[in-house]
Design a protein around this ligand. Structure first.
Ligand SMILES: [Zn+2]
Length: 445
């Protein structure tokens, strides 16, 4: 649970709030008031992605949790007169998808009127959040915005004012002056002060200011970007070791984990040794990195989706003052797209994220899964990455990423077996988040 939400639950009488939420529509204008008990008949159940699917089972959802899972397809009436039935007897049912690397409030191609107005930016972000949830993405870690609006959208979703994924937000990207994270703002964007990390004291301050503003996670850029020379395999880190350690130590002291953007080997290993929880992109990890991943229980988030996107627009992204030449950029695209397979083969805990935002379709996460499989990762392992492993990386292994009694009822369904054909995840037929049906396969639902 995000700290903000936890705070609210202690501030209010939890039982009273739950009753209010369950009795009232969720504000999207499309959802109906929900029965307290929802009985999901699942034809095929991937309760633990990575392990074989089970046959017909009935998932009993009470409030926001899974209460029980029974073998066979049982009638709703068995669980109370008001219990609502969801018939997924022909579908494949699995945990909601989790995306660990998104930027919900950074739109590469948004018009100036949008990026100049926090209100417009917040509405754009809210609209994208709704489309993501509808596509089966029930949890997102947002790894940085230029505006702070992701905090407002996160809290509005948690309060039931907006439909959207559970959101863990990093807020401002912590980077050195002139570093990768400080260069994401667009011309005309609302005035914005980057979280600058230039020396130990300022790195501590940047992290503490972010935590004060509401960051659930800290995003740190330790190398240049994939399209820059500073993101080369042999490029030195973009920060000093004491800066990275100071940022990680300040985050740890505040109970936050760190997501480190790193492409080059030295940057990856510096970040891992300092104790970050996830390496973002991680293109050029080596044998020492593999050892450090294991030693520190860290995860890799390869983001093949954005590499594929850059690869389809080499002329747009190649060159420039800090950029790679076209053939170098093309090589990075190939290296980045093979990262999921190399990581999986090396035994690095393989998580999943896209680097997508409102400029992309809401099926970016499903396409990342497809890119894992295209690279050679078994489909079952790709689905495990997007569910169980991502939940572990978030520190939510006991609540998200699997379908078991006591877990949050974040459930999706598709019409075909996603282990046989990963593309099935691009057409999600049913979405439930926290016990609320967001999208149902049948008109009568
Ligand atoms: Zn990113």
């Amino acid at each position: 649970m995000p700290p903000r939400l936890r705070h609210r639950w202690t501030a209010l009488a939890g039982a009273t709030l739950a009753a209010l939420l369950l009795a009232s529509p969720r504000g999207s204008g499309e959802e109906q008031p929900q029965a307290r008990v929802v009985v999901v008949q699942a034809g095929h159940l991937l309760a633990d992605p990575g392990e074989p699917a089970l046959g017909p089972h009935t998932i009993v959802v009470r409030g926001d949790r899974i209460a029980s899972i029974e073998p066979g397809l049982l009638p709703a009436s068995q669980f109370g007169a008001d219990a609502r039935l969801v018939d997924l007897s022909r579908q494949y049912v699995l945990p909601g998808l989790i995306d660990l690397h998104m930027h919900l409030a950074i739109a590469m191609d948004a018009d100036v009127a949008t990026v100049a107005s926090p209100a417009r930016l917040a509405l754009m972000t809210a609209g994208f959040a709704r489309r993501l949830l509808d596509a089966g993405v029930t949890t997102v870690r947002d790894v940085g915005d230029n505006s702070g609006v992701t905090f407002a959208v996160r809290d509005a979703i948690a309060d039931g004012q907006l439909p959207g994924p559970r959101l863990y937000a990093a807020g401002r990207i912590v980077s050195r002056s002139g570093g990768h994270g400080s260069k994401l703002a667009q011309p005309g964007e609302i005035p914005y002060e980057p979280a600058r990390c230039d020396g130990v004291e300022s790195c501590r301050r940047a992290v503490r200011e972010n935590v004060e503003a509401g960051s659930d996670w800290i995003k740190l850029t330790v190398s240049g970007s994939g399209r820059e020379v500073a993101g080369n395999a042999a490029a030195p880190p973009d920060m000093f070791a004491d800066e990275v350690r100071a940022a990680v130590d300040a985050a740890t002291q505040a109970g936050r984990s760190v997501a480190a953007h790193a492409h080059g080997t030295a940057s990856i290993n510096l970040a891992l040794a300092a104790g970050v929880r996830t390496i973002e992109h991680g293109t050029y990890f080596d044998a020492e990195s593999v050892r450090l991943f294991r030693q520190h229980h860290a995860f890799i988030v390869p983001t093949a989706f954005v590499a594929d996107y850059v690869g389809s627009r080499l002329d747009r992204f190649a060159g420039g003052a800090d950029g790679k030449a076209r053939d170098q950029l093309q090589r990075w695209v190939a290296d980045a797209k093979s990262t999921p397979l190399r990581a999986w083969r090396a035994g690095v805990p393989l998580a999943l994220g896209t680097d997508a935002g409102p400029s992309f379709g809401p099926d970016a996460t499903a396409r990342e899964l497809q890119l894992y499989v295209d690279a050679g990762v078994p489909a079952a392992e790709a689905i495990r990455a997007a569910t169980r492993t991502n939940a572990e990386a978030l520190g939510m292994a006991e609540r998200l990423g699997r379908l078991h009694p006591g877990y949050l009822a974040d459930i999706i369904a598709v019409d075909a077996d996603p282990v046989a054909d990963i593309k099935a995840l691009r057409a999600v037929a049913f979405v439930m988040k926290g016990g609320h049906v967001v999208r149902a396969p049948h008109a009568e639902e």
